[in-house]
Write a protein that binds this ligand. Structure first.
Ligand code: GDP
Ligand code: MN
Length: 336
């Protein structure tokens, strides 16, 4: 990695230094957290950072989702971190299990095969359920029905900069459907047939594909193969109504029937990204380049610090791990 030449930090054209939203305005939005009871400490750390950098001023509610009931400890500790509303939801059982048409034995065989092939997380059943849930169902949860926008948060993430405007209102005022901070390469071994399955969907449904789209961002130059670039979905700020749309539902159904959430280990990140690439255009996807963020080994830190940031721009993924950060360059080239 040290032999690679660092690329200049990508700053997308529409991330101007002066972002203004009406300070009195609020969107119908919530911070969404899928978590286990055992994730409590990491969730509290993420919330403290979210509150300090953004939410103590904006007071958006939190929606926690889990396939088992949240215990009293989890409810008490999370509701103490914020003055905003906190809500705790149970995931319907059929959204955290195999579909009717797939047997446990088939799933077990696939997991054994993937484990032997060294596919990351593939022998962990819950990881498959988690990816399918974030791909197909979270946006349909009754606790989210009152909201139009969501900000996805995970345990133990960092927010490094004060956010002095409302990203939900920012998106609403501009018609933005999907926002990201980090884009990296997916591991091909987790999604061997996702692209061909997606191509079959496009071929079967030409009428629902808009003329203007982002497919050039995710395809190789010839436009034929998936280049594995995806928006890193542990951070997302998005419009729930995009995921609730007919075309997104049709795409998810097509993927689900192809069984790739179980026979392979399709992640919600490439699924959301390919959906955005098919259905959205340049003005509808936004790089929040002014939000400092870290999850595990990847960081995004703004190059120009408009707001008080506690991070080092050189730690951004495109400097730190250029081979993975190549998608940032592709995004900024694409947006030019
Ligand atoms: P990674 O970021 O890809 O390593 O995956 P994580 O383990 O962080 O999981 C992604 C998100 O799903 C996090 O918010 C986790 O708390 C949540 N999650 C993962 N597995 C489970 C599970 O089995 N049950 C619940 N309720 N949440 C889970
Ligand atoms: Mn995580």
């Amino acid at each position: 990695l040290q032999t690679e030449t660092p690329q200049p930090i990508a700053i997308s054209k529409n991330s101007s230094l002066a972002v203004h939203t009406d300070p009195a305005k609020r969107a119908k939005a919530a911070i969404v957290v899928l978590a286990r009871n055992t994730d409590l400490d990491g969730v509290v750390r993420s919330m403290q950072r979210m509150e300090a950098r953004f939410n103590k001023r904006f007071q958006y509610p939190y929606v926690f989702l889990n396939e088992v009931t949240f215990d009293e400890d989890f409810r008490a500790a999370t509701s103490e971190v914020t003055q905003a509303r906190t809500m705790y939801g149970l995931i319907p059982q059929d959204q955290w299990s195999l579909p009717d048409w797939l047997s446990e034995a088939e799933f077990q065989q696939a997991k054994d095969r993937m484990r032997d092939a060294g596919v990351l997380y593939a022998d962990k059943s819950s990881y498959h359920y988690m990816c399918r849930f974030y791909s197909g169902f979270f946006h349909l949860h009754p606790l989210l029905s009152e909201f139009d926008y969501y900000w996805r948060m995970e345990p133990d993430v960092h927010y490094y900069c004060d956010l002095d405007y409302d990203p939900f209102v920012f998106m609403e005022e501009r018609g933005i459907q999907y926002g990201f901070v980090i884009t990296v390469l997916e591991l091909k071994s987790t999604i061997p047939t996702l692209w061909n399955t997606t191509r079959a969907f496009m071929a079967e449904n030409p009428a629902i594909l808009p003329q203007e789209n982002l497919l050039d961002f995710v395809t190789a130059d010839a436009g034929s193969d998936y280049n594995l670039c995806h928006f890193w979905s542990n951070f997302e700020i998005g419009n729930l109504n995009f995921l609730r749309s007919k075309q997104y539902a049709a795409y998810f159904k097509h993927l689900d029937q192809a069984n790739g959430f179980f026979m392979e280990r399709w992640g919600d990140a490439p699924v959301h990204s390919l959906a955005a690439a098919m259905f959205l255009n340049k003005s509808q996807v936004h790089h929040f380049s002014d939000i400092g963020y870290r999850h595990n080994s990847f960081t995004h830190c703004p190059a120009r610090m408009r707001t008080n940031c506690a991070c080092d721009a050189m730690q951004s993924v495109q400097f730190h791990t250029p081979s993975f950060g190549i998608c940032h360059k592709r995004w900024s080239d694409f947006m030019e």
